[in-house]
Design a protein. Structure first.
Lengths: 339, 404
């Protein structure tokens, strides 16, 4: 009897493994919940608040997709993933979508069989050091002990940077951001390196943020974006256009405050009308119904609102828009047209 | 006259496979074998098909590509341009170091604690019971993290040693205990140091011979030669003499604060210390119980008989009890060594780059070759476990009760 159950379970496991590749949208709808892979805890990007509710810049993308697909921004099961476990979680189907400050690279897109649907944050790798150390440039870090999250692109950039500048260092591999913070504060490493946004977020959580400086060198390009599995293009399209809708909404001046009013009837701007479904049927083309973008923007706001609320200059993290401004403001955000 | 009739010709019928007791067991074993093989084939085919569905294959070519990452503790030449294979070897060596150090320390701790648990002294006995229960019943991962956290939080960072009003100072100007690990002097092997080392090795052999000779003399004639101080003299005097005769070829490289860190000397990293100590005290608690069980398995009559011959308690333990107890202690000790070696794969919790951290961690992550990496890891741990078992079994056989 036991053996039969075991063999049955194996067969089912095999079948499920084969079927997981297609129709993520149907799975999510049937489940009534979106499984979203996020960081284990990076204030401003993805971290539970005092009541255990996840919030942050990456979390907002998850909530936007849930609002667009299921009509409910809270219908998200957040799966905390480490740098090491994130890809396995996505590839195995444990999460439908990974929004975890993940750098878009060639090999991840091709060899690991994922699809990056866009960039939600243009980042670069930096260094943080205590002011007391008296370091003003990363090139002065010869012989330093560097805390580094293992299993990330930053680990490879770090090796390249020190090799190119012909200086030595001692890496201290750590598993999570919290661990890195602890080691850094205890002085077990001289400097902590990760994406500049992550450094700002980590520093904001310190008791005395002013005692630490982020060094001016940005040693890599780190376009961070949401990603999905290869092979389910419909699902990839939904996530891609959700992100684009957030960006376009800011460009077109649609906010969470005025979206209901703008969506109540056709406005003067045809592009706003198409985005909000009062003209044309873009929503139906991706299988989500006319008002998908309205639900989404009403729930989380546009890209600019999400940025200001979670990581903007008024928050403790205090990041400037910089590269992440709209193309009209000299940034890199440029959504393809809704047409 | 009797006629010899041949036994009826065994005309084999198919039904005999089930109804004949001579064949039945083979039939069922054969069926079980086929089923097992079919199951394995099914699982294997399942793996290959599912991988093919995802457009992946099994290939070990990634091992030759440059790894791109650095490792802090390396016994062999390695940098970020070395291959993934070399990174794996660095990891293997790191695993072996911590496993060796751990097994050695755990054995010493375990034997001492196990013997002391049976001490007539109430305080000592209870202290050891406390040690065993506290360490045996808390997961080893927790101990690793506790020791590591204590080290990095309590010990001073290197820059506390700096300046005129430094809050920390080096012990004997030679040892620095920091939250990045312990810096100790390292020997520099100058010309002629080989002679000193060889002399020392010869001295060790000399000590063993002297002790054997003394034992034989004792058994043959009853004459007791002193063991302690002559051993020490034989061990150290020739080496020290040769050291000065050769013109002091071995000198020490003292660690000194330079730049961000101490440089020079030997750096025993905090991650190694945490992992090593945690594994040693955790496994030591189990070994202590094995030792206690082994000693208690020796009948009390043996102790009493030895005592009635006028032997002192230390000698009773060394000459009568432990040799008999070893037969009970060694087999479970083997599995403790295997456990320790396998538990060393928790190294990543403190960022110690063992083989699970390099091959099964960063390499796996950067190349995405999970199945290949895990397969190699399994082969490695299997090999090392079987090797430990083999060595320990040989030792076990040499001390086992010889039945003649």
């Amino acid at each position: 009897m036991k053996k039969t159950v075991f063999l049955g379970a194996l067969t089912v496991a095999g079948l499920v493994g084969g079927a997981a590749a297609a129709a993520t949208l149907d799975d999510v709808k049937a489940r009534g919940k979106l499984n979203c892979g996020v960081n284990t805890g990076l204030v401003g990007f993805a971290a539970p608040d005092a009541n255990g509710v996840w919030e942050g810049f990456d979390v907002a993308v998850c909530r936007a997709v849930a609002a667009a697909v299921l009509g409910d921004p809270t219908a998200v099961e957040f799966v905390p993933t480490t740098a090491k476990t994130r890809f396995t979680a996505l590839a195995s189907g444990e999460v439908d979508l990974l929004v975890r400050n993940t750098t878009w690279t060639f090999s991840r897109d091709t060899d690991l069989k994922f699809d990056f649907v866009g960039v939600n944050y243009y980042d670069g790798q930096g260094f943080m050091a205590p002011k007391a150390l008296g370091v003003s440039s990363a090139k002065e870090l010869d012989g330093a002990t560097v805390c580094i999250q293992t299993g990330t692109t930053t680990e490879l950039n770090l090796a390249d940077f020190f090799r190119r500048n012909n200086i030595s260092y001692e890496p201290v591999p750590i598993e999570t951001n919290a661990e890195g913070q602890q080691q850094y504060l205890a002085g077990a490493c001289d400097t902590y390196t990760t994406d500049a946004s992550g450094l700002a977020s980590t520093r904001a959580a310190f008791e005395n943020p002013g005692d630490h400086v982020i060094l001016p060198e940005i040693i890599s390009k780190e376009p961070l974006g949401p990603l999905v599995r290869h092979g389910d293009n419909e699902w990839g399209d939904i996530v891609r256009w959700t992100l684009n809708a957030l960006i376009s909404a800011e460009e077109l001046g649609v906010t969470s405050a005025n979206v209901a009013e703008l969506a109540s009837g056709p406005t003067d701007s045809p592009e706003v009308n198409r985005l909000l479904g009062t003209e044309g049927n873009l929503g139906e083309m991706i299988g989500l119904g006319k008002d998908w973008a309205v639900r989404m923007i009403a729930a989380v706001g546009n890209y600019g609102e999400v940025f200001e609320k979670n990581i903007g200059e008024k928050t403790p993290i205090g990041l400037a828009r910089g590269l992440n401004a709209q193309w009209t403001d000299g940034g890199l955000l440029y959504s393809p047209p809704f047409r | 006259m009797t006629t010899m009739t041949d036994p009826p010709k065994a005309s084999f019928r198919l039904s005999q496979l089930i109804y004949d007791t001579r064949y039945r067991s083979y039939t069922f074993q054969f069926i079980a074998l086929i089923l097992l093989a079919a199951l394995m084939a099914y699982l294997g085919a399942n793996l290959v098909t599912n991988l093919a569905d995802q457009g992946q294959n099994i290939s070990f070519r990634f091992l030759a590509e440059p790894s791109g990452y650095d490792i802090n503790q390396r016994l062999i030449e390695y940098d970020s341009q070395s291959s993934h294979l070399r990174a794996a070897v660095v990891g293997v060596l790191n695993t072996l170091i911590v496993a060796f150090l751990g097994c050695l320390t755990a054995t010493i701790l375990g034997v001492v604690a196990g013997v002391l648990r049976l001490s007539p002294n109430w305080l000592v006995r209870k202290l050891m019971a406390g040690y065993v229960e506290a360490f045996r019943n808390v997961p080893v991962l927790i101990w690793i993290l506790i020791i590591f956290t204590i080290m990095s939080a309590v010990m001073p960072p290197p820059n506390a040693f700096r300046g005129d009003n430094a809050t920390a100072s080096m012990v004997f100007d030679a040892f620095a205990f920091t939250n990045r690990g312990v810096y100790t002097p390292a020997p520099i092997w100058g010309a002629g140091s080989l002679v000193v080392v060889l002399t020392f090795l010869a001295s060790i052999i000399g000590v063993i011979y002297y002790r054997r000779y003394a034992t034989r003399l004792l058994y043959d004639t009853g004459k007791l030669l002193p063991m302690g101080w002559p051993s020490l003299v034989i061990l150290f005097l020739p080496s020290i003499l040769v050291y000065f005769v050769m013109g002091q070829p071995i000198s020490l490289d003292y660690p000194a604060l330079k730049g961000f860190n101490f440089s020079g000397g030997l750096h025993i990293r905090g991650s190694l210390i945490a992992l090593w100590f945690a594994l040693a005290i955790y496994t030591g608690a189990f070994i202590a119980e094995n030792v206690r069980a082994g000693i208690q398995a020796v009948s009390k009559g043996q102790t009493e008989a030895a005592a009635s011959l006028g032997m002192r308690p230390n000698r009773i333990m060394k000459l009568v009890i432990l040799p008999q107890a070893l037969r009970v202690i060694i087999p479970p000790l083997i599995s403790q060594y295997l456990n320790l070696t396998k538990n060393s794969s928790l190294a990543i919790a403190v960022g110690y780059m063992d083989v699970t951290g390099t091959l099964g961690g960063i390499t796996l992550n950067q190349t995405g070759r999970a199945i290949e990496c895990v397969l190699l890891l399994m082969i490695f741990y299997l090999t090392i476990s079987l090797a430990i078992s083999a060595v320990m079994n040989v030792y076990n056989q040499s001390i086992a009760l010889k039945e003649r």
